[in-house]
Design a protein around this ligand. Structure first.
Ligand SMILES: Nc1ncnc2c1ncn2[C@@H]1O[C@H](COP(=O)(O)OP(=O)(O)OP(=O)(O)O)[C@@H](O)[C@H]1O
Ligand SMILES: [Mg+2]
Length: 341
């Protein structure tokens, strides 16, 4: 054990994501992973469900219940709902023994593009939800630490995290971010492009959840050679207003999502153009590491390797890189003083 006191520690790291929230407990590891969704009674504001249970309710609630995503584009869109969600997570991971000791210190990963006002909002929300001290770390830095890149060394590390709300690109050297890009084009925009395509090309209306399912089941960034896929999708016919089923092919979905993917590729290009030449040559050698759920899109690594001419790889579990990074920071508590907001 690195530190005998850590047995008594209840400090946690949180990847408060637009799509998923993951919690890491110091000395333990990942203790919770849930969709960032809350359901509450619209009149009394009583919390009804959080996470997977609330996701089941999305788009299917009667007027007295609201099921919603409190985070949008990587930042807090609804403070009250975010606080409810954070408090629920903190209580869920803290056992009775933990409640006898000090309230937790919390490291939270935030998108690198957020303003000071938005940072303050995250900090206040976490404090209200029960944190003793709050440390904020930029999401791509946490992702790079979690993916075990040599961030502290005088060598360029290149990371892209494609989440639900934001795509974050960073070039890191000597413990700091040298070039950073954050765009609000990521998984959700890809889903929206699918909704839009089906509306235009098939007169079919589908919801966000269905679009996400199509993306995950048959979505791709580059041709799949002999393995092109197809899936049936159910929605509502826009003209007749009745339920309708359409068979979709992966080629079509690739066409549908071309635009958001090319915006992401262009942003990676732009980051490279701003990189000092000494670091550029490192990046070509070290490669680009892709994390976040978007890294799981079929062929996304191939598309980036081809378009920016830098080998791209995905770590074993790209969805947990950010929270593992916050966890690493908790284990090295002295690290944290630089991140106190
Ligand atoms: N197999 C897959 N193929 C394509 N996309 C996927 C796959 N699995 C998950 N995703 C997408 O990844 C996104 C969620 O990723 P992640 O959990 O990293 O986001 P987040 O951290 O919650 O969001 P953000 O960092 O933007 O706040 C969703 O848009 C989801 O649809
Ligand atoms: Mg994320």
């Amino acid at each position: 054990m690195r530190n005998p006191l850590q047995f008594f520690s209840n400090d946690i790291g949180i990847d408060l994501g637009t799509s998923n929230s993951i919690v890491y407990m110091r000395g333990v590891g990942i203790v919770l992973s849930e969709p960032s969704i809350v359901a509450f009674n619209t009149e009394t504001k009583e919390l009804l469900a959080v996470g997977t249970e609330a996701k089941e309710m999305l788009g299917k609630t009667p007027s007295n219940i609201t099921a919603m995503k409190p985070m949008r584009d990587g930042v807090i869109a609804d403070f009250e709902a975010t606080e409810m969600m954070l408090r629920y997570f903190i209580n869920k991971v803290h056992t009775r023994r933990h409640r006898f000791i000090l309230p937790p210190r919390i490291v939270i990963a935030i998108p690198s593009g957020i303003t000071n006002v938005e940072k303050r909002a995250v900090q206040e929300t976490a404090t209200k939800a029960g944190a003793r001290a709050v440390y904020l770390v930029q999401e791509p830095m946490a992702a790079a630490i979690g993916a075990e890149l040599p961030v502290g060394k005088p060598v360029g590390s290149f990371i892209i995290d494609i989440g639900g709300g934001t795509s974050e690109i960073a070039i890191i050297s000597l413990g700091g971010i040298v070039v950073m890009k954050s765009i609000r084009i990521a998984g959700n925009e890809i889903d929206e492009a699918i909704v839009e395509y089906l509306r235009k090309k098939h007169n079919l209306l589908i919801g966000e959840r269905t679009a996400e399912e199509i993306k995950i089941s048959i979505g791709s960034a580059v041709p799949l050679q002999k393995n092109e896929l197809s899936a049936e999708v159910h929605g509502r016919d826009l003209i007749e207003g009745l339920p309708k089923t359409v068979t979709l092919h992966s080629e079509e979905i690739r066409e549908a999502i071309k635009e958001p993917l090319s915006i992401i590729v262009n942003e990676v290009h732009a980051a490279l153009e701003e990189t000092p030449p000494e670091l550029s040559s490192d990046l070509a050698k070290q490669g680009l590491v892709m994390t976040g759920g978007g890294a799981l899109l079929r062929g996304m690594d191939k598309l980036l390797s081809r378009e920016v001419k830098i080998p791209t790889r995905v770590p074993e579990d790209p969805l947990t890189a950010v929270v593992k990074g916050t966890g690493e920071m908790l284990e090295e508590i002295s690290y944290l003083k630089n991140y106190r907001f």
